[in-house]
Design a binder for this molecule. Structure first.
Ligand code: AMP
Length: 499
C-alpha cells in the first residue's frame, strides 16, 4: 500500500485516473432510495440542528467543541484572529456566514464554535458547492478549507440522506482523523450524523464493519480504501449513491504514488456526483484535471498558486553541515525568548527522524517523533502528546507536512530542506494557522543552497537571514557531540537486539 511509504515521491500524469472517471459515466442509475434506518423516520436534521443550536447559542458557548480537539481556548483564538474578522460583534448570531447561502442552523453552529465570519475560501466556494457545482480551490494552509466543504455537505445531507454521502480522500492518516474530529465539532448537534476514518495501520475488520453501516462521511487514505473496496463488496456497495467526492491536499493525492489507488477508487464511485478539489498549492496535475475533466467547475484561488501564509515570518539560517545539531540545540534553548509554545522540526527521512528524536532525548529535550515507519498506534500517541501540549516538540518527516491543524505551533524548523520546493509551503503552513502569526526557520548548509533558491523562486520571496553568534552557538558543541555518540551506541544496540 502506498499510503505512507511514498512521502517523498514526485508528481506526474493523472490521465489514467481521468479516463477511469469517464469510463464510469452512466454507471449510476435509477432513483435514490432513502435509507431504511431510524434516521429516515426522524424529523428533518435541519430542524433538529436549528432548534438545538438556537437554544445553545442563546445560552453559554459550549467549550471544547471545535473539531480540531484543541479545546475551547483555541476556539476563541481562531474565531478572533481569522483574517478580516471583525470580531463578530453587531449582527445576529451566525450572520458572518449568512451571505454564503448556508441555512440559519448551520450559521448558528459556526457562531457557537467561535467561527464568526466566513474566511475568503469559504465565502467564495460555499455558494457554488451549495449550488451543486464542482469546485477547485487553492487557498493558503490553515484558511478553513475543511469547514468549507463540511458545512455545505452537512446542509445538503440534511435534505438528502442516502448512506455514504461524502467521501473525503486525504494523503495522511492523521488528516483523516483530524477531519473526522472537525465533523464531530461542526455536526455534533445534528442527530444521527455519522463519520468514519478509513486508514492504514488500523483493523480492516473494524473498518469494514463500520463501512457496511453506511456512515454519512468517510475520511480515507487512498491505499486502505482501495484495498477494502476490492475485497469487500458490501463496503463497495456503501458508495453506490455517493454525492460528494472531496480530494483534500489535491496536489499530493493526484501525484503518481496515489495514481493506482485513485484509479481503483474512481471505479467504485458513481459518475454523477459533485467533485471538490482543495489544495494549498496547485500543481500541474490539478490544472490538467480541471481543464480535462471538470470543465464547468468553479475555480478559485486566493493568491498566486504558490504562496506562503503572509503572517509567517520565515527566515533561513546558514549552518555548516557538520554542526547542524549544535545550531538546533542553540535554537531550542531560545524557545522562551522567542515565545514558542510548541514547534515542529522537519527532517528528510524516517531514519533521520528516529535519530534526531534520540538526540534530543540525550540532550534532555522533550520531543516525540512522527514518521511512516512507526506503527499507527505510536504515530497517534506521538501526535496526541504533541497536540495536547504534553510534549512541545514534534520531529517529523513530510508525513506531517500537510493539513495538520495544531494552533499552538509557533515555530516550524526545517532541519532538512524538503526535496520538493512546494513541500516547503505545506511545512511552514503548520504555523500561522487561521490568521495567527507564526515563524519558520530553515537550516541551509553548503549542500542545500540550490534547494533554497528553488523555494525562493517558487514562492517569489527571498527569505531573510536569521542572525546567530557563532561563538555563542558553538559553546554547546562538546555536549551535543557527546549526545551524538550516545545516540550512535543506542542505535547500534537497537540493531543488535533486532538481529
Ligand atoms: P483548515 O484550513 O481546515 O485546516 O482550518 C484551520 C483552522 O481554522 C481550524 O482550526 C478551523 O476550525 C478554523 N476555522 C475554519 N473556518 C473558520 C472561520 N470561519 N473562523 C474561524 N476559524 C475557522
Amino acid at each position: 500500500m502506498s499510503v505512507q511509504g511514498s512521502e517523498e515521491e514526485d508528481g506526474v500524469s493523472i490521465f489514467s485516473t481521468l479516463s477511469t472517471r469517464k469510463r464510469k459515466k452512466g454507471r449510476e442509475q435509477g432513483k435514490e432510495r432513502k435509507r431504511k434506518t431510524t434516521l429516515a423516520e426522524e424529523t428533518p436534521l435541519e430542524d433538529q440542528g436549528g432548534e438545538r443550536q438556537r437554544r445553545k447559542s442563546s445560552g453559554k458557548r459550549k467549550k471544547g467543541s471545535r473539531g480540531s480537539g484543541d479545546g475551547g481556548k483555541e476556539d476563541q483564538g481562531a474565531g478572533a484572529s481569522v483574517p478580516g474578522d471583525g470580531g463578530g460583534g453587531g449582527g445576529a448570531l451566525g450572520d458572518g456566514f449568512r451571505a454564503t447561502g448556508l441555512n440559519a442552523w448551520v450559521c448558528s453552529v459556526c457562531d457557537s464554535l467561535g467561527m464568526k465570519k466566513a474566511t475568503p475560501v469559504q465565502s467564495a466556494c460555499i455558494p457554488p458547492i451549495l449550488g451543486g457545482r464542482d469546485v477547485v480551490a487553492c487557498a493558503e494552509t490553515g484558511s478553513g478549507k475543511t469547514a468549507c466543504f463540511l458545512l455545505p455537505a452537512l446542509q445538503m445531507l440534511a435534505k438528502d440522506r442516502v448512506g455514504v454521502f461524502c467521501l473525503v480522500l486525504v494523503p495522511a492518516r492523521e488528516l483523516a482523523y483530524q477531519a473526522l474530529e472537525q465533523l464531530r465539532g461542526l455536526g455534533g448537534n445534528v442527530m444521527g450524523i455519522s463519520g468514519v476514518a478509513i486508514v492504514g495501520g488500523m483493523s480492516v475488520t473494524d473498518q469494514c464493519r463500520e463501512l457496511a453501516r453506511k456512515p454519512h462521511f468517510v475520511f480515507a487514505t487512498p491505499g486502505r480504501l482501495k484495498d477494502i473496496l476490492i475485497h469487500d463488496s458490501s463496503c463497495a456497495e456503501a458508495f453506490k449513491r455517493l454525492r460528494m467526492f472531496v480530494i483534500d491536499e489535491a496536489d499530493r493525492i493526484l501525484d503518481p504514488s496515489f495514481e493506482e489507488d485513485l484509479k481503483v477508487i474512481g471505479g467504485y464511485l458513481p459518475s454523477k456526483r459533485q467533485t471538490l478539489l482543495f489544495s494549498a498549492t496547485i500543481s500541474k496535475n490539478i490544472e490538467v484535471l480541471q481543464e480535462v475533466v471538470m470543465k464547468d467547475c468553479f475555480k478559485w484561488s486566493q493568491h498566486d498558486t504558490f504562496k506562503t501564509v503572509e503572517k509567517i515570518n520565515d527566515q533561513y539560517l546558514f549552518v555548516p553541515e557538520k554542526v547542524k545539531e549544535v545550531y538546533l540545540f542553540h535554537i531550542l534553548q531560545k524557545f522562551e525568548e522567542m515565545k514558542v509554545r510548541s514547534a515542529m522540526i522537519f527532517v528528510k527521512s524516517c531514519e533521520s527522524c528516529h535519530v534526531l528524536s534520540y538526540l534530543l532525548d540525550e540532550l534532555d529535550i522533550l520531543a516525540v517523533a512522527l514518521h511512516s515507519q512507526q506503527k499507527q498506534k505510536k504515530r497517534m500517541s506521538s501526535l496526541n502528546k504533541f497536540k495536547s501540549g504534553v510534549c512541545p516538540i514534534l520531529v517529523a518527516t513530510d508525513v506531517a507536512s500537510r493539513g495538520l491543524d495544531i494552533p499552538t505551533v509557533d515555530l516550524v524548523i526545517n532541519f532538512d530542506l524538503p526535496f520538493l520546493p512546494r513541500e516547503y509551503i505545506h511545512r511552514v503552513g503548520r504555523t500561522g494557522r487561521a490568521g495567527r502569526s507564526g515563524r519558520a526557520l530553515t537550516f541551509v548548509t553548503q549542500y542545500t543552497i540550490q534547494l533554497l533558491h528553488s523555494i525562493e523562486s517558487l514562492t517569489g520571496r527571498k527569505l531573510s537571514n536569521y542572525e546567530t553568534k557563532e561563538k555563542e552557538v558553538l559553546k554547546h558543541i562538546t555536549r551535543v557531540f557527546a549526545a551524538r555518540k550516545a545516540v550512535r551506541l543506542r542505535i547500534e544496540e537497537e540493531e543488535e537486539a533486532k538481529a
